[in-house]
Design a binder for this molecule. Sequence first.
Ligand code: ATP
Ligand code: MG
Length: 161
Amino acid sequence: MPEPVVLTAADAEETQALGERLGDLLRAGDLVVLTGGLGAGKTTFTQGIGRGLKVRGPITSPTFVVARVHPSLGDGPELVHVDAYRLGGAAELDDLDLDAELDEAVTVIEWGAGLAESLSEQRLEIVLTGTDDRSLHLTAVGDRWDEVLAALAGDRSGRST
Ligand SMILES: Nc1ncnc2c1ncn2[C@@H]1O[C@H](COP(=O)(O)OP(=O)(O)OP(=O)(O)O)[C@@H](O)[C@H]1O
Ligand SMILES: [Mg+2]
């Protein structure tokens, strides 16, 4: 397992900005799994991803809806935003039939660790730490992510978004 890339985000705006930079780099078929405690910033980060991907908002906490599809405002992939918090287990995740859209969409799953592994061998796992010292730990699974992580780690400032 490679070392995670660690990025810090002092406030919600920075969390969104990081998400936006990632969203810029994502393409159809990508799976991003977000983990972290309640209020760690998973939805905030996903809002940034949506901005970078240029999909229709608003991106809100889908806790009671489980999954929402945000179509592209241009000709890019749609964003499928899943909140697995209320799912009973991998079988219920299966029932959502995410596989059907996985190849064509960008899929972001909050609380997906332990559930989403079966969906794809290529995924970006991001752990958001608690509410005091905010940081994001990004771990690539599969070789798709090398260039994405290099871009995120290497280009940390000076880009006006
Ligand atoms: N880096 C940050 N610094 C300070 N506040 C933040 C940061 N990131 C997010 N927040 C704030 O924390 C609150 C919770 O964020 P958010 O809803 O994104 O968390 P979450 O991880 O999705 O929560 P849940 O577990 O309920 O899904 C929001 O008010 C958001 O603005
Ligand atoms: Mg959330």
